[in-house]
Design a protein around this ligand. Structure first.
Ligand code: LLP
Length: 426
């Protein structure tokens, strides 16, 4: 469910017609619906509460880390899953207290570990023995103990795109479940650590409950073993990964309520607080990418709509063969025809949609690339010296530019040419 809908033939974000935003802000731009973010968070957290699961939702902010979005979710009581010193800084800037922050990631630097210790975070989700040793040493220097979980790789097939599956044994993530007890024993013996939890994350855009169920079973077995080894485990972190509907033609992924019911079935056995790290489920359908058609072009075999948004703005179609629905902001009457919607970047892989049936679209028309609120703006780049596009948050009748454009003039101004440059080319 989201709050982008046609009203009198014009696509709106909540109560704001999209052409009004295009006029005020320009295109392309990302547009987020505050009501949709809040709704998704409440549906997810509410389903866990209704299922009787003692829980903390730590939003995986890598999906969309705009400060306005984080502030909105922090206000709802969300915790945050951070994966870098930068994200930690963002969570703190949004007012998220340390006791609601978990730190994931396979390569945390000493500086990042130290910053998170200073922030008093809830838990470090460690991914290697090497990380445990570093974390312990840094905590000892500070005279404290770091709360730690080990991210365990349950070796399940998440049945998602290979680039975003993380739970199989051949990926770089986590420690193998077969070695977990031994490594937990090592962790417990380190002077700067306090073993407090168990962690997993098996991948993203998962559209069936089976891989989750399998992984929860593996983690439950491990939890029993760890408790019998004498570890005081006070929480289990089940990661994120619940898929969202991108494509009308595909069956919908499980509902948050169904996912929560599955978590609840395992939660009794876990017997501790459950942490969840949803990202996409909260953010994806809360945002769109608004773009204008620069040219309509007929090729030998195809019709192309050349949009002003490109792969640098939304890389998902190019990188993961992802499907995003494309809606005309003001639909023209007439037959649908298949078109390729491409951007201006000089690469064949620069497209937003291929062979997509669309109603008639003319130069100057606005298109909405749907379900772009997660892994959209955060993965954008300035490739081809393009603008990092603005982000806009809508709430009811209001809208606000929550991040302005980062335009070529500013990009150039940030670069520096040494005064010996002529000698270097002599
Ligand atoms: N927790 C950890 C440790 C993660 O690595 C991730 C995502 C999440 C939680 C959140 O997963 P979600 O609920 O959003 O599925 N850029 C890709 C997705 C990469 C996901 C990386 N990890 C895409 O655009 O599809």
């Amino acid at each position: 469910m989201h709050h982008f809908a046609l009203l009198d033939g014009v696509l709106h974000a909540e109560d704001v017609p999209l052409p009004a935003i295009a006029k005020a802000v320009g295109t392309p731009c990302y547009i987020y619906s505050a009501a949709t973010f809040v709704r998704h968070y409440r549906v997810f957290a509410g389903a866990l509460a209704a299922a009787g699961v003692p829980h903390l939702v730590c939003y995986a902010m890598k999906a969309n880390s705009n400060q306005a979005v984080l502030s909105l979710l922090a206000h709802e009581g969300a915790g945050m899953d951070v994966v870098s010193g930068g994200e930690l800084m963002r969570a703190q800037a949004a007012g998220v207290p340390g006791e609601r922050i978990v730190f994931s990631g396979v390569g945390k630097t000493d500086a990042e570990l130290a910053a998170a210790l200073d922030a008093g975070i809830l838990c470090f989700n460690a991914e290697s023995e090497s990380e445990l040793f570093r974390l312990s040493a840094i905590a000892v220097e500070k005279g404290i103990r770091a709360p730690v979980s080990l991210r365990v790789n349950p070796d399940v097939d998440a049945k998602t795109h290979a680039k975003i599956a993380t739970g199989a044994s051949e990926t770089k993530f986590g420690i193998p479940v077969s070695r977990a007890r031994g490594i937990y024993a090592e962790a417990a013996a380190l002077p700067g650590l306090k073993v407090s939890g168990v962690d997993m994350h098996i991948g993203s855009q998962i559209t069936s409950l089976d891989p989750f169920g399998h992984a929860f079973q593996v983690l439950g077995d491990l939890l029993d073993a760890l408790r019998s080894d004498g570890h005081a485990i006070d929480h289990i972190d089940l990661g994120g990964g619940l898929g969202v509907p991108y494509e009308v033609a595909r069956p919908d992924p499980p509902l948050p309520e169904e996912y929560a019911a599955l978590v609840a079935r395992h939660a009794n056995r876990f017997g501790c607080r459950v942490i969840l790290e949803p990202g996409r489920m909260i953010a994806a359908n809360a945002g769109i990418l608004l773009t204008r058609v620069i040219h309509r072009k007929t090729g030998e075999a195809k019709t192309f709509l050349v949009a002003d948004a490109a792969m640098n703005d939304l890389i998902r179609p190019t990188l993961y063969d992802a499907h995003h629905e494309v809606w005309s902001v003001e639909r023209r009457p007439g037959e649908e025809e298949p078109v390729d919607i491409v951007g201006p970047v000089c690469e064949t892989g620069d497209y937003l949609a291929l062979g997509r049936p669309m109603p008639p679209v003319e130069r100057g028309d606005l298109l909405a690339i749907m379900t772009a609120g997660a892994y959209g703006a955060v993965q954008a780049s300035t490739y081809n010296t393009r603008t990092l596009v603005p982000e806009v948050l809508v709430s009811g009748h209001r809208f606000h530019v929550v991040r302005p454009a980062f335009a070529p003039a500013e990009q150039i101004a940030r670069e520096s040419v040494p005064d010996w440059i002529d000698e270097a080319s002599a």
